[in-house]
Design a protein around this ligand. Structure first.
Ligand SMILES: CC(C)(COP(=O)(O)OP(=O)(O)OC[C@H]1O[C@@H](n2cnc3c(N)ncnc32)[C@H](O)[C@@H]1OP(=O)(O)O)[C@@H](O)C(=O)NCCC(=O)NCCS
Length: 190
């Protein structure tokens, strides 16, 4: 493997962006307004409440800083993960997050397909259009990266939220199915 090794880069406490922040500068959405900054997830965000924020979305487990950094670095090396967060610059806390995962396909002339994942806004900041800001930023990013579509799964009650942002349930093609597996924490890391 070429490039920096995990212990050389992450364990030095160096501040790294998950992806190139200039990608966000070139989108129509503003990056900074009213003391809030939209930016890529950083390796230092463990200490800014990122994991606690995800806990408002689903069960997260107790993640040690080293596990967070290992996962961050795996995502960075893979190059297809775009975790976009909102930081409140007054408190230095991460108060919103959403993820674009870009999947390389063979179909459609080796096209790219995007998935929107893990959208969450801190409960004290909801109703201020931040969810909308995050989802529209992900949609703009997917378009900029030349994805031919952006998909998501959501709870029924959130269908109006996503419809208001341009997502559509396609007639005859709107089913989401899944198979769930029991895994130990050890297996799920493979
Ligand atoms: C869903 C969530 C991200 C929305 O964040 P938010 O910052 O409060 O949303 P916004 O303020 O941008 O709302 C934008 C619009 O969507 C509507 N909306 C927000 N949450 C909604 C909900 N649960 N159901 C229906 N509409 C909703 C708002 O009324 C608003 O409408 P308006 O533009 O007409 O005023 C936030 O409620 C959250 O983090 N929920 C818990 C985690 C979760 O369920 N994530 C989604 C997983 S699929």
């Amino acid at each position: 493997m070429s490039g920096p090794q995990l212990n050389e880069v992450v364990l030095k406490d160096e501040e790294l962006d998950l992806f190139n922040a200039s990608l966000l500068d070139r989108l129509p959405n503003q990056r900074q307004e009213n003391g809030l900054l939209v930016r890529p997830l950083r390796s230092t965000d463990y200490d800014k409440g990122f994991i606690q924020l995800l806990g408002q979305l689903t069960e997260v487990g107790s993640i040690a800083k080293e596990q967070f950094l290992n996962t961050f670095y795996k995502m960075k090396m893979a190059g297809s993960y775009y975790v976009v967060i909102v930081e409140d610059l007054d408190t230095g806390k991460v108060i919103g997050s959403s993820t674009l995962v870009v999947e390389q396909k063979f179909i459609h002339n080796c096209a790219l397909s995007g998935r929107l994942e893990d959208v969450v806004v801190n409960s004290s900041y909801r109703g201020k259009q931040l969810g909308k800001l995050l989802v529209s930023t992900i949609a703009q990013l997917a378009r900029r990266l030349q994805c031919y579509k952006l998909m998501l799964d959501c709870r029924d009650r959130l269908i109006p939220f996503y419809e208001s942002l341009g997502f559509k349930q396609e007639p005859g093609n709107a089913n989401s199915m899944k198979m769930r597996f029991e895994t130990t924490a050890e297996q799920s890391r493979l």
